[in-house]
Write a protein that binds this ligand. Sequence first.
Ligand code: NDP
Length: 487
Amino acid sequence: MSDRIESRDPATGQLLASFPAYDEAAVRAAVAAGIPAVQWWAALGFEGRRRRLTAWRRAITRDLSGLADLVHRENGKPVADAQLEIVLAVEHIAWAAAHAPKVLRRRRVVPGWLMSNQEATVSYEPYGVVGVIGPWNYPVFTPMGSLAYALAAGNVVVYKPSEHTPAVGRWLVDRFAEVVPEQPVLSLVTGAGDTGAALCRAGVDKLAFTGSTATARQVMTACAESLTPVVLECGGKDALVVDADADVPAAVEAALWGGLSNAGQSCIGIERVYAVDAVYPEFVEALSRRAREIRAGADYGPMTVPAQVEVVSRHVADAVARGGRAVVGDGTSRPSPWIEPVLLFDVPEDALAITEETFGPTLTVTRVRDADAAVAAVNAGRYGLGAAVFGTARASDIAARLRCGMVSINSVIAFAGVPALPFGGVGDSGFGRIHGADGLREFARTKAVTRQCFPPVLALTTFRRRPSAERLVVALTRLRHGGRLRP
Ligand code: NDP
């Protein structure tokens, strides 16, 4: 492990720190070191783990400002946005720790009439060592959806942060080690993509990945070799639908925040808007006016990763080449890595700005006949992470018809702040869920047990079975499921 990766301030290029680049052997060693910790962490039980996770949450909260400053320097986002991200992450640690016993404790289920002599129970057991691979765009909030829930479910975690935000990853793991000094329950492996690839093949019992769809395919391919289960939280192309009875000013503000905050580098950021005929003129007039008031550098930070600047420029140029209109901004950096807001109108549905994840401060705005046309356009995409609907009478119906994992009605990204709600997508946005009860169960193996309490009234699974029992069970089944008694 001789190589190192460098962490740099994306606004200035200044070197912040360097970290070891874990090679395959070092990653394997980290996973192996976690194996003895599995028993120890499991033996603490829900209550013991809750206490440790509470101590971690408090340690993070006590130095919230220090962490926010580090996120600001390493990721580039404004300090206030970093604080909000940390606040949400802390809420998730609290929720996961508090709800793990209720969600995951052994519970009885109804055995049904055929097995009424059995006690039937379901339990949820930790996988063991879980590998977590995270992105750079929300370096605290995003991995926390896997870290906190995997830990609360009783797993040990080896965490590989993005090579662009290793310092934030180091900070989180160091705070955990202060409150859990006994064993490497949460450990860190830093490095570039090959470190992540090594983690997939290092013998972890489950792999939780958050990042781009392209990398997710590589992760799933690597994990398939050993049948290691995966949860994949990938990219998105979230849309906002503005219906005829929407509060238009509210929809405008939501579209701007959803599309431009964090410089548009949000998996659940709004990238497309579909506004129906009745409100389109009012919506685009107000959106254009307000977008001109928003400034890169004041309201949001620089592009965190230099390569992303090129992606945004390419999508804007493609949209314009296909007949779209860049009404505000043109996607050029002045100077890089700052990109001012870009509003694109009349962009054809096959343009990159509509079909691919742009991950920049851009919004396409498309006029549609009605809500049905909006739903059809949203659902035509290959991604299906989140969405937003602004409207009144039909809003819930529209939300129900959108092909995606999460929807906010009359707000944006609200679902991410509700710890009890599962987070995840469909299609190219991935599968599996973090957050909420589903997020806890994602990090547990389900185990079913029956226990015979008394001999069966109708003995059916024995070679001593009696014909009268066979006739009786068929007759009872016809009575229960056949609709009417048959001869
Ligand atoms: P990447 O897919 O580039 O990287 C994600 C993580 O995977 C990084 O830690 C990366 O390491 C690592 N990695 C790279 N190559 C491999 C490999 N072959 N095997 C295993 N791991 C590898 O995504 P970004 O970091 O650029 O993050 C942005 C993407 O994440 C966007 O598409 C965004 O939509 C998505 N995202 C999804 C979220 C969700 O919850 N659905 C939330 C947040 C972001 P390294 O950085 O060192 O290359």
